[in-house]
Design a protein around this ligand. Structure first.
Ligand SMILES: [Zn+2]
Ligand SMILES: [Zn+2]
Length: 114
């Protein structure tokens, strides 16, 4: 009398260990090594030096901070040390004045004509 019921065990596969990291992980890793990007230096400079014009001393509020621009002391926009040593916060008026010689006037006015 031997009725044997074969019980079916589900085969357990080991957890798949993928060598591929998720994209988010890779991005996280990358960000650690990326220096201050061109778009970030303005926020950084405002944070370091405060919302105040280094030339005329005019103070700005968060809502007006677009009137405050970051001037590169050595004129090199690619030189963005994280400690802000090459940055100076200038209001648009003073910044314009600073560049009134026409050297970097385009930088302020942007690509727009006028
Ligand atoms: Zn100013
Ligand atoms: Zn400037």
């Amino acid at each position: 009398m031997g009725r044997v019921f074969g019980s079916r065990h589900k085969t357990r596969w080991p957890e798949k260990k993928s060598e591929d990291k998720p994209v988010e992980e890779i991005l996280k890793e990358l960000r650690k090594h990326i220096p201050v990007s061109a778009g970030d230096y303005r926020e950084r400079s405002l944070k370091i030096h405060g919302l105040i014009c280094a030339k005329c001393g005019r103070e700005f509020e968060q809502k007006d901070k677009h009137l405050l621009t970051v001037h590169h002391k050595d004129g090199n926009h690619m030189n963005n040390p994280a400690n802000g040593s090459n940055w100076e916060n200038l209001c648009v008026y003073c910044h314009d004045d600073e560049h009134s010689r026409g050297l970097l006037g385009d930088y302020l006015r942007g690509p727009k004509k006028g």
